[in-house]
Design a protein around this ligand. Structure first.
Ligand SMILES: CC[C@@H](C(=O)O)C(=O)SCCNC(=O)CCNC(=O)[C@H](O)C(C)(C)COP(=O)(O)OP(=O)(O)OC[C@H]1O[C@@H](n2cnc3c(N)ncnc32)[C@H](O)[C@@H]1OP(=O)(O)O
Length: 303
C-alpha cells in the first residue's frame, strides 16, 4: 500500500545522502497500487470530534503526534483519521526528522475506535480500513524512528495504532489489549499483519484471540513493548524523548534515515500489501455483522 509517496521519500533520502558522501546505494524500488481514498476521506471527515495534532521541532529533530479526544479517552473519530493522514503527509516532507512520538492527550494513548463513530459507520468497514491501512503503512515507513507512548487504556484500535510505530514505550500504569475479538471484529487497522511480523505467529494469535489485556511487565515479556518507564518518572513524554534520543539519535541523521528506508524497503518486499488486502477483506465481513452488533449493544467495558 501507499507507496509512491514512500518511494519518493526513499529517493529523497538517498539523494540527500549521496550529495554528502561517496557511498553508493543499490536502487531498490517498490511500487504498489494505492487505492483512491478521496471518497472515504470525504465520508470520514463528516464524523466529527477530536483532533490529531503534530508538532515538529527542527532543532531536536523530534516530532510529537498527539491524539486528542480526551473526554472519550482519545478514541478515534473519522475526523481524527483524516487529521492523522494529513500529519503523516507533513512528516513525509520533513527532511530534518530523526524521531516521532505518538501519544495521547491526558495520559491515554487511545481506547480504540470511537464507539459513537463506530455505530454510525457500520457501512464503511472496508473503505475505512483501507484509509487507515494507507495512513499507518505510510507512518511505519517514515524515514525516522517512531515510538508509541502507551499510556492509560490502550485498547482495540489504540493497540493497533501502537503497532504502526517502530517501538513502544509503556507507562507503568498503562494497559494494552487487542480486544477486537470481544467486539465481534477482526483487526480494522492492520495489526494482525504488523503484529505477526513483530512477534511471530504464535504470539500474534495468542494476543489477538485471547483479547488479553497486558500490564507493562507482561507486554515487555512478550516483546510487544521495548521499554517500561520507571514508576518515579513524572514526565513520561520527556522520558520517551530521552529514550529515543539515547538509543537512536547518536549518529549522522542522513545515514540513520537511509538505514530506516532500506529496512522498510526490505520489509516491503515481503508483500505486506497482499497481507493487508486479506486483513481488510476479512475485517469488512465482521464489521456491521451480528457478532459486532451484539457486542456494541452490550456496552462492554474491557477491564
Ligand atoms: C474500529 C476500531 C476497532 C478495532 O480496532 O478493530 C476498535 O477499536 S473497537 C473499540 C474498542 N474499545 C472499546 O470497546 C472501549 C470500551 N470502553 C472501555 O472498555 C472503558 O471505557 C475503558 C477504556 C476500559 C475505560 O474505563 P474507565 O476508566 O472506567 O472509564 P470510562 O469507561 O468511564 O470512560 C471514560 C469515558 O470515555 C468513554 N470512552 C472510552 N472508550 C471509548 C471508546 N472507544 N469510544 C467512545 N467512548 C469511549 C466512556 O464511554 C466514558 O464516557 P462517558 O460514558 O460519557 O463518561
Amino acid at each position: 500500500m501507499c507507496t509512491r509517496a514512500t518511494n519518493k521519500v526513499l529517493h529523497g533520502v538517498l539523494k540527500q545522502l549521496k550529495s554528502q558522501s561517496n557511498v553508493t546505494f543499490a536502487r531498490s524500488v517498490y511500487y504498489l497500487n494505492r487505492p483512491n481514498l478521496q471518497p472515504i476521506r470525504t465520508q470520514l471527515a463528516t464524523f466529527e470530534g477530536g483532533s490529531v495534532e503534530l508538532e515538529m521541532d527542527n532543532s531536536s529533530g523530534i516530532a510529537v503526534l498527539t491524539l486528542s479526544n480526551p473526554r472519550r479517552l482519545n478514541s478515534m473519530t473519522g475526523k481524527m483519521m483524516v487529521d492523522m493522514a494529513d500529519c503523516v503527509g507533513e512528516l513525509e516532507l520533513w527532511k530534518e526528522g530523526k524521531g516521532l512520538i505518538m501519544c495521547g492527550e491526558g495520559g491515554n494513548l487511545c481506547s480504540g475506535g470511537d464507539l459513537t463513530f463506530v455505530r454510525k459507520a457500520l457501512h464503511y468497514g472496508e473503505e475505512m480500513a483501507a484509509y487507515q491501512h494507507d495512513t499507518l503503512t505510510r507512518l511505519l515507513n517514515l524515514p525516522l524512528i517512531s515510538v508509541a507512548l502507551v499510556q492509560g487504556h490502550t485498547l482495540g484500535g489504540g493497540a493497533e495504532l501502537s503497532t504502526a510505530c517502530d517501538y513502544r514505550v509503556m507507562s507503568p500504569s498503562a494497559k494494552i489489549g487487542f480486544v477486537q475479538i470481544k467486539m465481534g471484529l477482526t483487526t480494522a487497522w492492520g495489526a494482525a499483519t504488523r503484529l505477526t511480523r513483530l512477534l511471530g505467529r504464535r504470539k500474534a494469535i495468542d494476543l489477538l484471540c485471547s483479547a488479553r489485556i497486558l500490564l507493562p511487565s507482561a507486554a515487555f515479556h512478550e516483546g510487544l513493548v521495548d521499554y517500561v518507564i520507571p514508576r518515579i518518572c513524572d514526565d513520561e513524554l520527556q522520558e520517551t524523548k530521552n529514550w529515543l534520543m539515547r538509543n537512536f539519535c547518536n549518529y549522522d541523521t542522513s545515514i540513520m534515515r537511509a538505514i530506516k528506508s532500506l529496512v522498510v524497503n526490505a520489509d516491503l518486499s515481503m508483500d505486506m500489501s497482499v497481507a493487508l488486502d486479506n486483513e481488510r477483506k476479512l475485517f469488512a465481513q465482521t464489521w456491521g455483522g451480528p457478532v459486532q452488533r451484539k457486542a456494541l449493544d452490550a456496552n462492554i467495558k474491557h477491564k
